[in-house]
Ligand binder design. Structure first.
Ligand SMILES: C[C@H](O)[C@H](O)[C@@H](O)C(=O)CO
Ligand SMILES: [Mn+2]
Length: 415
């Protein structure tokens, strides 16, 4: 493959006072938590339950869906092999790997131990999520806020098991495991007593996270949402609910890019939220008209998100997770291109003359800000990206496409 001249590109950035080598080095140290559920359309490996529900929906029937943990791991290994750097896997509790059939409130570390062995072998960190959907005890789209104490208790026990598992992941792997709580709870039509539902949710989460764990092993996160299909009138765990909860209780706040009104700028929220919570979890996604979880593109939304992370010095306290799933295209290609897009966006932000831009803005020199930000768009970011990939032994361009297509051809017979 023809590679454009890196030295010339580095000089082009140097003219703007930017050190491309330093940007490449910094990018290599930013882990992205890739979500397991893109690989099998959120089905999971429970033998009786599973599948997406609770307002999340996958469409498409592209061949090659991973049907077992072994298939999912093979797909993940392929995908990580095409993504520069060392990353993490974000596992849902429904992806246990065992011949046993534990109920969700009986899950134990040993049901997931093979994932830890695999993560160790592959140099990956692990994150985790209790699975509060795709189960008969999700009654009328309610779990932790259900009026029936027995149902709430079942889900509280599920969350407790998951925290213990996550803490063990973190301990085994020597890196804190983010355990993210998202519940689908809400009402299709206008509820009478929103406060009661929110009080039930709050006290259920309190009970669920009461057991302290070492922050070096496990970090609790809570994920808000505007609405889901079937819960149009009220989502119990709204943004205001969880923002307040995270501030008061000291958890991480998860911002999913698909969980706000489509005209809202989620990147704009990072700096505000960072003033009130210690750490942030991101679910980088691409909503189209609703929380459709399209695979992320290298578009303005992602570039803005990356720029806020870099310019606000938020990378040290933000966990970058992905949340997209599309069964109309090859699943491994989605992982690889989506994750690389997040990295490309970060690289672009790292390649901006940050100090100079900030200083001209402080002088309220908006003309200069406009001129610079527009001219900077013409710099050869792609050449620096190619160099980053070459240094990490991963392909780009046509070679990458050929690899993605040939892997897809090898998994297509799964049906
Ligand atoms: C599968 C995930 O837990 C889920 O997508 C959640 O994070 C979400 O975003 C629900 O809309
Ligand atoms: Mn999410």
């Amino acid at each position: 493959m023809t590679r454009l001249n890196y030295d010339a590109a580095r000089d082009a950035f140097a003219e703007w006072g930017v050190d491309a080598d330093a940007a490449i080095k910094q990018l290599a140290d930013i882990p992205i938590s890739m979500h397991c559920w893109q690989g099998d359309d959120v089905v999971g490996f429970e033998q009786s339950e599973g599948g997406s529900a609770g307002g999340i929906q996958i469409t498409g029937n592209y061949p090659g869906r991973a049907r077992t943990a072994a298939e999912l791991r093979a797909d993940l290994e392929f995908a990580y092999g095409k993504i520069p750097g060392k990353h993490r896997l974000n596992l849902h509790a429904s992806y246990l790997d065992t011949d046993e059939t534990p109920a969700r409130d009986e899950l134990d570390y040993h049901h997931f131990a093979s994932w830890v062995d695999w993560a160790k072998d592959n140099g990956l960190g692990l994150d985790f999520n209790p699975t509060f959907f795709g189960h008969p005890k999700v009654d009328e789209n309610l779990t932790l806020s259900h009026p029936d104490k027995d149902i709430r208790n079942f889900w509280i026990r599920h969350g407790q098991c998951c925290r213990a598992i996550a803490a063990k992941f973190g301990e085994e792997l020597g890196s804190p495991c983010v355990n993210n709580i998202w519940v689908p709870d809400g009402y299709k039509d206008t509820p009478i007593d929103r406060l009661a539902a929110r009080e039930r949710l709050e006290s259920a989460i309190d009970e669920m996270i009461a057991q302290p764990y070492d922050a070096a092993h496990m970090l609790d996160a809570v994920e808000a949402k505007l609405f889901g299909i079937g819960v149009e009138a009220c989502t119990v765990g709204s943004h205001e609910f969880y923002m307040g909860y995270a501030i008061r209780k000291g958890t991480l706040l998860c911002l999913d890019m698909g969980h706000f009104h489509p005209t809202e700028n989620v990147a704009d929220k990072l700096s505000s939220v960072s003033q009130s919570v210690k750490e942030i979890l991101l679910h980088v996604s691409r909503p189209m008209r609703w929380d459709s979880d399209h695979v992320i593109l290298l578009n303005d939304d992602i570039l803005a998100m990356a720029q806020e992370l870099v310019f606000g010095n938020l990378l040290p306290r933000t966990h970058i997770g992905l949340d997209f799933f599309d069964a109309t295209i090859a699943r491994t290609s989605s992982w690889v291109i989506g994750t690389r897009n997040m990295q490309k966006a970060l690289l672009r932000a790292l390649l901006m003359p940050q100090a100079e831009l900030k200083s001209i803005e402080e002088k309220l020199d908006f003309t200069q800000r406009f001129l610079m930000t527009e001219e900077l768009k013409d710099l050869p970011y792609g050449v620096i990206w190619d160099e980053f990939c070459a240094r990490n032994n991963v392909p780009t361009g046509k070679a990458l496409i050929a690899d993605l297509n040939s892997y897809q051809a090898s998994v297509a017979p799964r049906g």
